[in-house]
Write a protein that binds this ligand. Sequence first.
Ligand code: SF4
Length: 149
Amino acid sequence: MENKSCILVSACLLGENCKYNGGNNYNQQVVDFVSDKEVIAVCPEVAGGLPVPRKPVELSGGHVLDAEGKVYDKPFQDGIARTLACLEGKRVDLAVLQSRSPSCGVHQIYDGSFSGKKKAGSGLFAQKLKDLGYQVLDAEDMNQMKGKR
Ligand code: SF4
């Protein structure tokens, strides 16, 4: 029997309403890409016990902060640990993650000033996956994969 590829996906890209504002980041290209593959949908922020909706946060000075300066390091780290624990023993061929999120962003994140400015960098979950050797793709990279399926 053919072994399907297994893709880890930010749940919000598949339409799950787990985004900070209660919405999602539904991405048709991602949905099409994974349609013939096994999917593991994850939201590390919800896994860390954060509610939906929740305050928007950005990474600043090595911490996860909301605009009032409240620190969210623990739920973020808990969410990463719990999500990784769920992946134990599973083969993951690729992770496709939501752009610019403080958890899932792969290439870019907001700069911590809550002004909409971005900087190069990864969200904490995406960085952890990279450090562990997972192949990680930003949802916006899907555009470049068009026609390569
Ligand atoms: S943590 Fe990741 S999966 Fe969850 S809402 Fe944010 S971008 Fe989507």
